[in-house]
Design a binder for this molecule. Sequence first.
Ligand code: BGC
Length: 245
Amino acid sequence: MEVLGVDIGGSGIKGAIVDTASGEFASERLRIETPQPSKPAAVAAVVADICAHFSWNGAVGCTVPAVVKRGVTMTAANIDKAWIGTDVERLFESATGSPFIALNDADAAGIAEMRFGAGRDRDGLIAILTLGTGIGSSLFIDGRLVPNIELGHLIIRGKDAEERATDRARQTKGYSWKQWGKRVSEYLEYLESLITPDLFIIGGGVSKRHHKFFPYIQCKTVIAPAQLRNRAGIVGAAVAALDRM
Ligand code: BGC
């Protein structure tokens, strides 16, 4: 079945029709710049443009880079604070006329990796971490998601891990791959001391350059790069919408 997936990020809002059986796109991918400031109403207008572009009026799965519980955004670490308390599903439904399922962006990426990527056919405890503007995290136990796990904000050396182990930190602080890889390692080693996973899957745009920083990662847990790359959020959102409808 085909479902529209929408991925809301800090710099771009992306959408594509997803073939939920294969995890492939059934359309081209449309990307529109995230409006600044990225208040809910402005983002809803872009989401409506994406639905209109695809002449879509069926179900939509949509990611938000925040904790989302029963359709309501509860946090806003890297997005406009106006999102806190916003019923995203109702907002987008009234902007588009389509039924919406909203979920955390890392949960969506995790769902896609577990179904079609590096976590396929794997059981045990799997942690998927997306290293981008923030650190997104999702946890699966024997294939079942524990939603809204915020492991990206662990405190390391007195600082939120996002200040050390995101791709944004790498770029803004000018870390070499080695310097950054060691920080990512420290984060993963701390995380494994807390949850002892069977597998870490590392996602986010930087995961395509995994050979540059994986050599510096010294945790005991097996690590694997994500496979769906920039498709993960869109695909996971569409699959989640189908599962919940
Ligand atoms: C947020 C998470 C989100 C992650 C990636 C973090 O700052 O707290 O909810 O999944 O960024 O966007």
